[in-house]
Design a protein around this ligand. Structure first.
Ligand code: ZN
Ligand code: ZN
Length: 322
């Protein structure tokens, strides 16, 4: 630098648009409820299963709670409330909002706000949970995967502002009611399966084992399965469509998330009600939406247009695929 060159001032980086600061107390709560407790439940499941096994009653209750929670997230929180892939009457909307709440991933308006911001900035600065945040190298990518899986919950100093990203949902009285009821829904997510287990077994022992397996362990598994869409399905797997981000299709993630692991087409056309659009890509969530439509419970479903799917397909030798 010469004597004539004035020292360049480094302007502070402006906060990402449409975000609000998160208090330290809230970040601590996120750390406990979204990171530590699920890990603790999974860690405890191994010795408990080893020592006493997992009975059929608890396995059935956990499977039912898993299916309801995952469908609540995929069909309710994600495809209905966040992306408006279809319309439906109030009873089904309410049921899907409650089912999504049972997954313990936050109130629907906040979930939608974070997810809409993810689509807007996917894998670029501003994306709340891109695995590519720290770079492409081995250690940087590993750090990014952890960030996308759970790290962003407590490292992010800012949250998506619902007034910016989800004003439509805040204006919806049904959504406001679901948001207000979220603490009750969260409690029910543990107490419902526990009560069912207690009644089924006719004992307090049945209550406690169901609370553990169909409540705590199921909650941890649902979380990590859902978050693997943010991490794994933005890092590994095949890419069949040209998108600006690094979304991909990962078969095992799609099976566990009832269709959400077909994530590449979802980023190509986010409002589409079907994510698995290619042959051999089963999408149980889309099937259930189709069933709702057949029963007359859902309408204006945004099914994929075969012409648009065909036009968006990458050529087999395109370097952007894989
Ligand atoms: Zn994504
Ligand atoms: Zn989405």
């Amino acid at each position: 630098m010469t004597a004539e060159t004035p020292p360049r001032e480094t302007a502070p980086t402006p906060p990402p648009r449409g975000t609000l600061p998160v208090t330290a107390a809230r970040r601590g709560a996120y750390l406990v409820t979204l990171v530590v407790l699920p890990f603790a439940a999974l860690a405890a499941a191994v010795p408990v299963c080893w020592g006493r096994g997992l009975g059929a009653r608890d396995a059935v209750l956990a499977a039912v709670m898993y299916a309801v929670s995952i469908f609540g997230i995929t069909i309710g929180y994600h495809r209905l409330f966040t992306h408006r892939s279809f319309k439906c009457g109030r009873p089904l909307r309410a049921a899907l909002a409650v089912a999504g709440g049972l997954a313990l991933e936050g109130p629907v308006s906040l979930w939608a706000a974070e997810h809409r911001r993810h689509h807007k900035y996917a894998d670029r600065p501003g994306d709340p949970h891109s695995p590519w945040r720290y770079g492409d190298g081995g250690a940087a990518l590993l750090r990014g995967l952890l960030h996308a899986q759970v790290g962003w919950f407590f490292t992010a100093g800012r949250r998506s502002d619902r007034r910016h990203w989800a004003p439509d949902l805040l204006a919806d009285p049904d959504v406001r009611r679901a948001d207000a009821c979220y603490p009750l829904t969260a409690a029910a997510s543990f107490l419902l399966p526990a009560a069912a287990g207690g009644l089924w077994a006719g004992s307090w022992a049945g209550f406690w084992t169901a609370l553990f397996w169909a409540g705590a362990v199921r909650y941890a598994v649902v979380h990590h399965v859902t978050w693997s869409v943010n991490s794994i399905a933005h890092t590994f797997g095949d890419r069949h469509f040209a998108t600006r981000d690094r979304s991909s299709d990962v078969r095992w993630v799609a099976y566990l998330t009832f269709g959400e692991g077909w994530h590449n087409w979802h980023h190509a056309e986010p409002t589409c009600a079907r994510h698995g659009v290619l042959p051999g890509q089963p999408d149980p969530s889309a099937r259930l939406i189709g069933l709702f439509e057949r029963f007359g419970w859902a309408h204006d479903v945004r099914w994929p247009d075969p012409g648009r799917v065909e036009a968006a397909l990458l050529a087999p030798d395109d370097p952007r695929g894989g």
